[in-house]
Ligand binder design. Structure first.
Ligand SMILES: [Zn+2]
Length: 109
């Protein structure tokens, strides 16, 4: 099953199979390496890349840590998983992936 990924509205939204799955202004707890905080609270500003590996959907995002203000672009972080019923958004602490998804895509013009 192919997962259809798109970035919408100037990369403010991730669309998975034509449903909005994640959006800018969400705040994600990120466990490693974004900034000096043991747990970064990342305010998402835009999505740089989104990719799927089977049912797994990951993204690289730009944003800033709400706690310390550090800003930048993250490595690949989990967004969620495609399920038989739709899409299950990742909840809880997100940890960066060591590998890139097999089929990354950038926003379409
Ligand atoms: Zn921080």
């Amino acid at each position: 099953m192919a997962t259809r990924l798109r970035l919408l509205d100037d990369a403010a939204w991730v669309s998975v199979n034509d449903h909005r799955a994640a959006g800018a202004s969400e705040v994600w707890p990120v466990a490693d390496s974004f900034c000096a905080c043991p747990l970064a609270w990342l305010a998402v500003e835009a999505f740089v890349d989104v990719g799927a590996d089977g049912r797994r959907v990951d993204a690289r995002v730009t944003g800033h840590c709400v706690s310390c203000g550090e800003a930048g672009t993250t490595p690949w972080l989990p967004v969620g998983r495609v399920t038989d019923d739709g899409f299950a958004v990742t909840t809880g602490v997100r940890r960066s992936r060591r590998t890139s998804p097999r089929s990354p895509c950038r926003g379409e013009p």
